[in-house]
Design a protein. Structure first.
Length: 338
């Protein structure tokens, strides 16, 4: 019977809204809930945000996520509603429930969400996370991402991916400009790795990557000196294939730096930490999500009574739910059902 009552306390809707307790909808809009949470500034977690700003009493996010959305959507966007920022570890009370954010190691500002209801049930949504630096929360109900939820998605590289990235970039710089393609957040992680490794060539970035990077710096990341790609200095470096590193969003990979030395940063690599796909074209397996082992380890340490895996976003929610049932004997369901 206990599971039945737990079952009613969290779900994922067909629009991808993660509903926790009586009042909270995370990462997509839902008309039945007064509070909307944005766990982080990736597009698949900001769905229906305009709608939520219009209809929700409050839209909650961390201060860094708010800064990122101001850059990605423009400073006026969030003014369309009542946004309240909540720091990690701070609790907000709403009627008979409380909401607390905890760090998720994913992109700047990413959070996990804990809702505690009137009966003391702990309902946790991990959002997207990489296990290494993510605190594991004890949960009665655990709602979790399932991006790499299949046993095939195991990274067992015996090399340090960051070192490999640094040496690949050094190799590329001997030939001239190195182009790095990745998503927001990941590009800045690469900058941080290269800066830390003392690679001191100019980092060239288009406008939006520049602004996202400045927010990352404001919140404590060290990225090095950035030059806007529209500036004369940058244009000359790129035009003459001089040693510098150009960082571009993955969406522009078919338009920019064609024929140059190119590196794609992707999580979807499991067999090799670095793979040459063409001459001077490489994929580096730098992920901001846990692999299968990391997801299972989170469940083991969280000790939930019920698990819901996110079957709305890209991933292996059904497989992960099955593996959790099989390995831990915990009821687990992939939602929404497809
Ligand atoms: Zn994400």
């Amino acid at each position: 019977m206990q599971n039945k009552s737990l079952n009613a306390k969290a779900t994922i809707t067909k629009n991808g809204a993660v509903l926790l307790g009586n009042y909270v909808a995370c990462d997509s809009s839902d008309n039945s809930k007064p509070l909307r949470v944005v766990t982080h500034a990736h597009a698949d977690h900001m769905m229906g945000l305009r709608q939520s700003l219009r209809t929700c009493e409050k839209v909650l996010m961390t201060p860094a996520t708010k800064d990122l959305i101001d850059v990605l959507r423009g400073p006026l966007f969030l003014m369309g509603g009542f946004v309240e920022t909540l720091d990690y570890g701070k609790t907000m009370h709403y009627k008979d429930e409380s909401i607390t954010f905890f760090k998720a190691d994913h992109i700047l500002g990413a959070c996990q969400v804990l809702v505690e209801d009137a009966q003391g049930t702990r309902i946790v949504f991990t959002g997207d996370f990489r296990l290494d630096k993510t605190p594991v929360l004890n949960a009665d109900i655990l709602v979790m991402e399932a991006t790499y939820g299949s046993p095939h998605c195991r990274r067992s590289f015996d090399v340090n991916v960051k070192d490999l990235l640094v040496s690949l970039v050094r190799k590329g710089l001997k030939k001239g400009t190195v182009y790095v393609f990745g998503y927001h957040g990941k590009l800045q992680e690469v900058m941080q790795i290269l800066h830390k490794a003392d690679i001191r060539v100019p980092f060239i970035v288009p406008e939006r990557v520049f602004h996202v990077s400045k927010i990352c710096e404001k919140h404590g990341m060290r990225l090095g000196r950035l030059t806007l790609s529209r500036e004369k200095e940058a244009k000359e470096l790129l035009e003459h294939n001089m040693p510098c590193i150009a960082f571009y969003h993955m969406n522009t990979k078919n338009k920019v730096g064609l024929g140059g030395f190119r590196i794609y940063v992707s999580g979807w690599e499991f067999n090799m930490a670095c793979r040459e796909i063409e001459e001077n074209e490489y994929i580096i397996a730098l992920s901001d999500h846990s692999d299968f082992k990391g997801l299972m380890e989170y469940v083991r340490r969280s000790k939930p009574k019920l698990v819901i895996t996110d079957n709305f976003r890209v991933g292996y929610a059904n497989v992960l739910a099955r593996e959790i049932r099989r390995k831990f004997g915990i009821p687990a369901t992939a939602l929404p059902r497809k």
